[in-house]
Design a protein around this ligand. Sequence first.
Ligand code: ZN
Length: 1096
Amino acid sequence: MNVNQSAPPVPPFGQPQPVYPGYHQSSYGGQPGSTAPPTSYGAYNGPVPGYQQTPPPGVSRAPPSSEAPPASTAQAPCGQAAYGQFGQGDVQNGPSSTVQMQRFPGSQPFGSVPLAPVVSQPAVLQPFGPPPTSAQVTAQLAGMQISGAVAPALPPVGLGYGPPTSLASASGSFPNSGLYGSYPQGQAPPLSQGQGHFGAQPPQRSAPPQASSFTSPASGGPRMPSMTGPLLPGQGFGGPSVSQPNHVSSPPPQALPPGSQMTGPPGPPPPMHSSQQPGYQLQQNGSFGPARGPQPNYGSPYPGASTFGSQPGPPQPLPPKRLDPDAIPSPIQVIEDDRNNRGSEPFVTGVRGQVPPLVTTNFLVKDQGNASPRYIRCTSYNIPCTSDMAKQAQVPLAAVIKPLARLPPEEASPYVVDHGESGPLRCNRCKAYMCPFMQFIEGGRRFQCCFCSCINDVPPQYFQHLDHTGKRVDAYDRPELSLGSYEFLATVDYCKNNKFPSPPAFIFMIDVSYNAIRSGLVRLLCEELKSLLDFLPREGGAEESAIRVGFVTYNKVLHFYNVKSSLAQPQMMVVSDVADMFVPLLDGFLVNVSESRAVITSLLDQIPEMFADTRETETVFAPVIQAGMEALKAAECAGKLFLFHTSLPIAEAPGKLKNRDDRKLINTDKEKTLFQPQTGAYQTLAKECVAQGCCVDLFLFPNQYVDVATLSVVPQLTGGSVYKYACFQVENDQERFLSDLRRDVQKVVGFDAVMRVRTSTGIRAVDFFGAFYMSNTTDVELAGLDGDKTVTVEFKHDDRLNEESGALLQCALLYTSCAGQRRLRIHNLALNCCTQLADLYRNCETDTLINYMAKFAYRGVLNSPVKTVRDTLITQCAQILACYRKNCASPSSAGQLILPECMKLLPVYLNCVLKSDVLQPGAEVTTDDRAYVRQLVTSMDVAETNVFFYPRLLPLTKSPIESATEPPAVRASEERLSNGDIYLLENGLNLFLWVGASVQQGVVQSLFSVSSFSQITSGLSVLPVLDNPLSKKVRGLIDSLRAQRSRYMKLIVVKQEDKLEMLFKHFLVEDKSLSGGASYVDFLCHMHKEIRQLLS
Ligand SMILES: [Zn+2]
């Protein structure tokens, strides 16, 4: 109690506060604006009258198989690429169509029919592949810049391209390169960038590159002020020239000699482009390197403008350009720049609306009144004042919230504030919790709520004088008045049934059917549990965990075990009536580990023996969860079930499933059924679990289809996790499984939780994504919530916002700690509001945007055809960028692609989402894999989605061995691989070590202890432990990558040109994918076309 302490700025928080008699406003679930007397918390999950069948916002499940598909699945041809050319800045997948054509001969889904108003050389294009559908063609046409081509400075060299002369006259004919049609593969409207603009000219195939500098005046057609009316074809998009403060003007890009390297066959790497830092030199501070080449005539006739649209004009000489992958925005560069610019200083949260450093930057956070970005990240830190503006921009307003995020050791956990019996102080009307933004008035006797403006009395015990600025003099003594994040101890009013909770329990439920026994899983697991039980989560300095444990085994029937400490041997009780599950024992089922250690150890020794000769192959599933939930109910506690399950539950029982996998549904309107549960039984069960605070973690060990989409329903709705180990074999997979298991069992979990996000007047939370259940539109119910899980919340306007007051978010999480303490964790965040669109675009965070968009799309596949979902994403992205172009960018020619600085990676990242396994699966991706990935992504934080969609590719031998730091990453493209090097690739779930065929013998010896490349075992998952600097460095790097991720990444060694390389290439996301996903360059071209279409 230091109410009246004089205030040293950051004093001892956490003392119990004075009790204010009569303050009983503790209803958690109060509705904002409600003036009704507080409802008691106990009701929140009591008899829930009518759980609505609203699609639970969180119903998404689906994570990536972290298991590498078996080698046998790699069937597609690989190794066609000319590896000798890798690592060269000029051998891009973009510009040199020649190279590209050679590389993916079999994978050209890009159509090639001449587009409608095509004037010439249809035949030339034939080699590209099958024609696109007519719909595609039409779409591709519209808005395309079909201006004349120019005689190339150099004759194009390339398979499948027509003679240069025909190209020169190819007015209006734009070789279609496929899905995204309008641009020939690898050629795009040339982008030249300065200040985040990409000066794109109408695509000119085989034209010499041109560097268009942004400093050049846009010399396109007549400019029209935008927003004053529709733009006509051919008109530039001027518009009110909004300043672009985030665009530092950049020096004109370097111009290289005309035609240099661009149209010729790949040659040796130009000195400037090391494969380690592709594009690095060219892209600084948002100014992207130019296409290599001069820009003859730039600035004068820019015919593209006059032929903008689908009305081909007469061919005009045009400064030819092509898209240079080194000149388009590079994720690597953006990440590097942010690390360099923002990694050294702590991020101090005192200022409203600050954009935090990127998730890929290492930084410390100092809480000075707003929640750390580790807890909350937003798509934009500057919200449009009106819904009209928001609609115009189409930028989703969302926050990715990780309420229990783990912090680095240097940062303190949130202080716990104890207000005693009175409980936390809240606004009477909207129930928001006391926070630094509440305004004290009338000398401190009242406060005005920052969320709903209601004036509240300050209870006498909480009274404090104000200083001359109107601030309470004890502001810095109290976390809730000075920090963005803190906790309150909850009173009994916040507890179910008005009773303080018991400590939670863990129940281990082990499949002992034939497959589980035969694979060695049961023996391995039982052995591990003997020691793992000593590491159950505990709180603070507690000597031992308060969590009790119980054990069940099952196949078609369930076996409960009495492990009471007084017993000499465990006792088994069999329940064979799985249709009407009950728990046959209460006393002795859930026990304290240290008290019952001997009995537990004996049980874990006996289980593998008892079932060693089992022939039972059938399993049940729903009754197992039911049993665990009933056991927790009987014990009157929350808790977690750990299920270890191997097969499709086909035994006669509730929740019985059939094999309904059907790959023929892919790309049909029925594809969505693959993601939907095949029975509603699991949803019903999940609701019961949530009501009991029973969280379910599922470890799957399938040898074939197990219907992950259905089995993961309960984990998904209860805030649990799913792990999948396909074709589990102890020798190959035990490290991964045990590592995941240890982490999962030990992690701190909040149980029986409810999360509510309150907002200041003008916006409100309208949609939620994650692993949870919702029975109404505002309360996110989580049977369990761990430090890895996020909830993504979308906001919409319901009124006008005010620039001066900004917008506030308060996330309140009520939960039971591992020790059984009921607490409230509060996170506050203040955002700016703007009346200028430019301010919105200047304060966006693309990584968070992608997190939201991926979750939005992954939920969408439940109800819509995948193609529709993909199209929606593309359209939205185009709208976002077109709005910027129209309203914020300086006037420039229509042929230029101009991206906002903060969103310059939006196209590349979005493309990764579009071609991910859920939205565009390759032949080797199983239905279960897709459901698994879908479920995983749903709970991912921003750092996880970032690396998951755009993997990190690290060259290992380019930097000095002594260097302690991680080598700088290179772009995820085959072009960046040098066959003389070794690379690590990781995406948070998978980890590959790619070995180039020409790697030095010494390196091979040092890493693998064999004398030549050919002797390296493909598919190896463990590197030999060798006593040399390189081996130590690589193994150390692998360890450190694993430590950064929430799941263990199994290593797979891939040799260049080996069949396993197919798997690896799947993750080179800047390239065209075998499943038809566009390359980055092609997608950017497509996006440009879409944008222009919107603008025209
Ligand atoms: Zn209020």
